[in-house]
Design a protein around this ligand. Structure first.
Ligand SMILES: *Cc1c(COP(=O)(O)O)cnc(C)c1O
Length: 432
């Protein structure tokens, strides 16, 4: 079943960092059928977020300034490539670690999925007339209905936080099934919000499987399925649409003469897949995307490089799967995402835990940023692309279709601003 290229399989099995160039990447002109349903689905998600903005601004005071829009800035990182020993490329950081409400990229997909679930419940209960303002879903009557309903989710931490915060703010019961990788502070914070946290000894997929099975028994439970959720995926994709304006504000226009490379930390695949999808559709073929995963949990790399998608797992190569990058500790990719992104992604990279910690420290020391280890995985893919033998080979391939040496790079920082001080100090200490 495992048809990985020989050299690559051996490197993945020995947990060495690798950068794989995806031979299946296709230009948009050849993807019309494959992506036919996507633009309308992203429109839908974007409109839902807009419809809910007034209610979100009321529920979360921190959103008042943005009138209910959950967005993060795009920050220049002057001198960053030089610091990595990777030339002088222009590098920006997309600050999703500081997204309002839940402090991670999950504030995009996760909160969107809660809003979609709330609309379905409200419609079924006759709460929503045609064109009804979503402020009605903050009413006492709506809260009383939501209090009788459960939203459940399996999570390594950050998805549970986003679902928990948004679900509780609307008045839902929330049950979060957490894997053994989940950090204690994330569990504690959820419990303080009134969410039920079920701790599992096993990995993330085991926690999800239990949540899915329990939800199937109860018609009053909405299960948000991280492995198979269009609501999550298209919620993330909205970010790509908004990126164009942020780039334009910095004077950056993307095309094949001035490409953009997104470096995207990857767990089950929804967040990076959605962002890559939304960005490619918005900015065209000059927008490239590389995912980055822990060497112990390279599930998307395995799925794409073998062609097996969710039919292959880290354990099949003898990897133990443990990593400091709790947000990325996923043994098997989402089949939905893997099949969708197969012709969209340019490559997949892997990073060691030690390297993640070093990047957390560098970004803190020189740029004052507070990222969790998962969120720095994209620095690993940037380094591999610009300063490794794999990267040299990949850039040679990419030069056939774009001016890769002129590219602007975006590190997608996916989480960390809510990390408690003590926890952050431990990570910095690890970096030495
Ligand atoms: C969830 C998460 C990711 C990756 O998202 P997936 O949808 O699981 O691929 C990356 N970084 C952080 C910090 C996360 O919490």
């Amino acid at each position: 079943m495992n048809s990985l290229p020989v050299g690559l399989g051996a490197r993945i099995a020995s947990a060495q960092p690798a950068l794989w160039c995806n031979p299946g990447r296709r230009p948009l002109a050849r993807l019309a059928t494959h992506l036919a349903a996507c633009p309308a689905a992203i429109d839908d998600a974007e409109n839902r977020l807009r419809r809910f903005a007034p209610l979100l601004a009321r529920l979360f005071p921190e959103l008042a300034a943005s009138a209910g829009l959950i967005e993060s800035p795009l920050i220049p990182l002057p001198g960053f490539a030089e610091r990595l020993g990777a030339g002088s490329a222009r590098v920006l950081l997309k600050a999703d670690h500081a997204l309002p409400v839940s402090g991670s990229v999950k504030a995009r997909g996760g909160i969107h999925a809660v809003l979609a679930a709330a609309e379905r419940v409200a419609a079924a209960e006759g709460l929503l007339g045609i064109g009804e303002d979503r402020l009605v879903l903050g009413s006492e009557r709506a809260r009383a209905i939501f209090a009788e309903r459960t939203i459940s989710v399996g999570s390594t931490g950050n998805l549970g936080m986003s679902i928990g915060i948004a679900g509780r703010a609307l008045g839902f019961r929330v049950v979060v099934h957490m894997s053994a990788d989940a950090k204690a502070w994330k569990r504690d914070r959820l419990r303080r919000l009134g969410a039920v946290v079920v701790e599992h000894a096993g990995d993330y997929l085991a926690a999800c499987a239990t949540a899915r099975a329990e939800a199937a028994q109860d018609p009053r439970t909405s299960f948000i399925d991280d492995e198979n959720s269009p609501d999550l995926l298209f919620g993330y994709a909205v970010a790509g649409r908004r990126l164009g304006a942020q780039l334009a504000a910095l004077g950056i226009v993307v095309d094949s003469n001035r490409p953009l490379v997104l470096h995207l930390p990857c767990g089950v695949g929804g967040a990076p897949g959605g962002v890559a999808l939304g960005t490619r559709l918005a900015l065209g073929d000059g927008a490239l995307a590389i995912t980055a995963e822990p060497v112990q949990a390279p599930c998307l790399l395995l799925g794409l490089a073998s062609g097996c998608h969710d039919g292959i797992a880290a354990a099949d190569l003898g990897l133990h799967g443990r990593t400091l990058a709790d947000g990325l500790a996923v043994p098997r990719v989402s089949g939905l995402v893997s099949r969708l992104v197969e012709p969209l992604l340019d490559g997949c990279a892997t990073v060691t835990d030690e390297e993640l910690c070093t990047h957390v420290a560098t970004l803190h020391r020189h740029y004052g940023l507070r990222l969790e280890p998962s969120a720095t995985a994209g620095v690993g893919s940037l380094r591999l692309l610009l300063a490794s033998a794999d990267g040299t080979a990949m850039r040679t391939t990419l030069r056939q279709t774009c001016a890769i040496d002129e590219a602007v790079h975006i590190l997608w920082a996916t989480g960390g601003s809510l990390i408690p001080d003590e926890e952050f100090a431990t990570i910095l200490a690890r970096a030495g």
